[in-house]
Design a protein around this ligand. Structure first.
Ligand SMILES: *[C@@H]1O[C@H](CO)[C@@H](O)[C@H](O)[C@H]1NC(C)=O
Ligand SMILES: *[C@@H]1O[C@H](CO)[C@@H](O)[C@H](O)[C@H]1NC(C)=O
Ligand SMILES: *[C@@H]1O[C@H](CO)[C@@H](O)[C@H](O)[C@H]1NC(C)=O
Length: 237
């Protein structure tokens, strides 16, 4: 390969690869709502199911809170900080005191949305909640429906406290690689090794549903890897 064409190829690769990677890192969905954790009264939505043993080391940061305390929640999610504002969904799961030395919860909840386009879709959230911190960051580790294959994070801020009850402001930032749907009829990308021209005679056709995983980013990465290898081989020549 002539040096000039090699240089051109490398420049094209750089241009082709960079925006795809930057774009993939950017969350494409932002949701904002409030969670109401109600332990008091006759209709609590948060119920303690495990009481941890009193600390023998005296490490409890807050009297009455013990390592291992576990609370199951089905907390309301609403549009504004008012509990009577429009319902958005529920936060279903649990949180557990999981630090020996400070009031830090391990939170594990599904955000089950019940309105509009997102009705029936869920977002799986796991993270560490240092209740004394102004803002915490938890992980979006998955989802269903519109949020299938979601990844991202939740900014989690205590908005107000009233006795044991808390209102928490949630900013959910997430990316779904498949825009909520996977088209099982879509042709297999040659980059996945399953399309026409594979020549393996195994009968895998271009319409195989088995290869229906979204091609977006992995396709680009594969293309970049192949391109870089080709460029290096070309330099060797
Ligand atoms: C959400 O979906 C459920 C089940 O499909 C339906 O009964 C309910 O009316 C829907 N709610 C809204 C607000 O669309
Ligand atoms: C997802 O894709 C469908 C079909 O291509 C499109 O109609 C819809 O607007 C998209 N939704 C989002 C949130 O991008
Ligand atoms: C799924 O893929 C097939 C094949 O490319 C296409 O004909 C069809 O319109 C697609 N369906 C949707 C909902 O995008």
């Amino acid at each position: 390969m002539a040096p000039t064409s090699l240089l051109l190829l490398q420049m094209l690769l750089a241009l082709a690869c960079t925006p795809a990677l930057l774009w993939a890192a950017e969350p494409d969905t932002h949701l904002h709502f409030f969670l109401h954790d109600v332990q008091s009264g006759s209709n609590p939505t948060a119920v303690q199911v495990i009481k941890g043993p009193p600390s023998s080391s005296g490490g409890n940061a807050i009297p009455g809170l013990n390592f291992g305390d576990t609370t199951v929640v089905d907390d309301a999610l609403t549009e504004t900080s008012s509990a009577t504002s429009a319902a958005v969904g529920r936060a279903q799961g649990f949180y557990m005191m999981s630090s020996l030395s400070s009031p830090v919860l391990m939170v594990c909840v599904n955000l089950v949305l019940t309105t509009g386009d997102f009705n029936g879709s869920t977002i799986a959230v796991i993270g560490s909640d240092d209740v004394m911190a102004k803002e915490r960051e938890l992980s979006v580790v998955g989802g269903t429906g519109r949020f299938r294959m979601a990844t991202g994070y939740v900014l989690w801020k205590t908005s107000s406290m009233s006795g044991p009850d808390a209102t928490v402001e949630l900013d959910v930032h997430l990316t779904t690689s498949s825009n909520g749907t996977i088209n099982a009829s879509a042709p297999v990308s040659p980059l996945d090794g399953g399309g026409k021209g594979a020549g393996d005679g195994s009968g895998s056709s271009g319409k195989s549903g088995a290869a229906a995983r979204p091609v977006g980013l992995s396709g680009w990465v594969n293309a970049c890897v192949v391109g870089v290898v080709l460029a290096l081989v070309g330099r060797g020549w």
